[in-house]
Design a protein around this ligand. Sequence first.
Ligand code: SF4
Ligand code: SF4
Ligand code: SF4
Length: 189
Amino acid sequence: MNNAIADQIEALLPQTQCQKCGYQGCKPYAQAISRQQADINQCPPGGQQGIRALSELLDVPEKPLNPQFGTEQPRAVAVIIEQDCIGCTKCLPPCPVDAIIGASKQMHTVISSACTGCELCVAPCPVDCIIMQPITNDATLSAWNKEKADLAKLRYQQKTNRLAQLKTAKLQRLQKQKQMLQKLKPPPS
Ligand code: SF4
Ligand code: SF4
Ligand code: SF4
């Protein structure tokens, strides 16, 4: 894979990390395009403006957004109807940018300025108390500037790093427990 091209493609993607393109985030989609395993018209948040930028970068013909992956929508942010929230925490893991704050059995709330509008928190909520509120009438990318994309990318990387550290710490703990159990085992008679 050509990492330099994948990086240039990723820099043109909106970084909402919504997975609508069929990949786990903007980076894997960029990598798939660079390997010619994905087409340039699979990102609804990027919309036609994003497809045009990709077609210019890769010197391939522009094409319409593939409706199989969604349509351009006004930019929206998630809002939690706080009086209905039961504090189950199920919306926390799916949020790619840690834009929801809350703890078990406590009311949760969305940090609007960090929300990318990805909608990934909506389905897991068992009481349907998360709604998407449009905040612009424009197609998404025109209301989603580079500053917001950079912030979303940073928050996504921070969450990814945090999860990786937790996983490493858990593996180390298990390894230590295993070694302790082995030491406690009676020697073979
Ligand atoms: S914004 Fe969503 S659809 Fe577009 S590349 Fe990123 S994850 Fe895929
Ligand atoms: S709060 Fe919901 S819609 Fe907003 S970024 Fe997090 S998961 Fe996506
Ligand atoms: S999933 Fe819904 S009910 Fe559960 S904490 Fe999140 S907003 Fe509250």
